[in-house]
Design a protein around this ligand. Structure first.
Ligand SMILES: CC(C)(COP(=O)(O)OP(=O)(O)OC[C@H]1O[C@@H](n2cnc3c(N)ncnc32)[C@H](O)[C@@H]1OP(=O)(O)O)[C@@H](O)C(=O)NCCC(=O)NCCS
Length: 121
């Protein structure tokens, strides 16, 4: 979903901090149809990453449910700020969920991104 379309093989795109991250999956009859991960990067802040919804399920609020469920879970664990690297094409999605762009555009995995963040209540 995230890397194959960019020409990056799956096995070359693992994050070194995956094992110590929170993994949240949306399941349908046992099959993953959406995911989002969170990596703690300090006592009260961490990074949301690997956000994806299966193409056939996009536009049905599944991404919103995943992010909002993740926010509840990390807030319960004491985190107060969520940061992320948004692809330019996904900036509008995160903005709808209350995230703000921070700083200048940058290139990651060959495509334009923006830093975004949200303070949890
Ligand atoms: C981006 C992505 C996760 C959104 O998930 P989704 O389930 O389709 O989004 P939702 O249906 O929950 O949308 C929630 C809101 O964001 C809006 N939205 C969704 N994708 C958007 C986009 N790319 N740009 C602008 N707004 C968007 C929806 O219209 C909806 O608005 P509403 O509150 O007015 O109803 C999904 O399209 C995806 O997996 N894309 C490919 C992978 C990707 O780019 N991941 C992000 C990497 S940083």
């Amino acid at each position: 979903m995230l890397r194959a379309p960019l020409g990056h093989p799956l096995e070359a795109t693992r994050f070194p901090f995956e094992a110590e991250s929170l993994h949240l999956l949306a399941l349908d009859a046992g099959a993953a149809v959406g995911c989002v991960l969170f990596h703690p990067e300090g006592p009260a802040t961490g990074r949301l990453f690997q956000m994806a919804v299966e193409p056939a399920r996009q536009g049905q609020q599944l991404g919103r449910q995943l992010v909002q469920a993740l926010e509840v879970m990390v807030a319960q664990r004491g985190f107060r700020t969520v940061t992320l690297h948004a692809r330019e094409t996904a900036v509008g999605f995160y903005a709808r969920l209350g995230y703000e762009v921070v700083g200048e555009p940058f290139v990651e995995v060959g495509i334009a991104h923006r830093h975004m963040r949200r303070n949890l209540l």
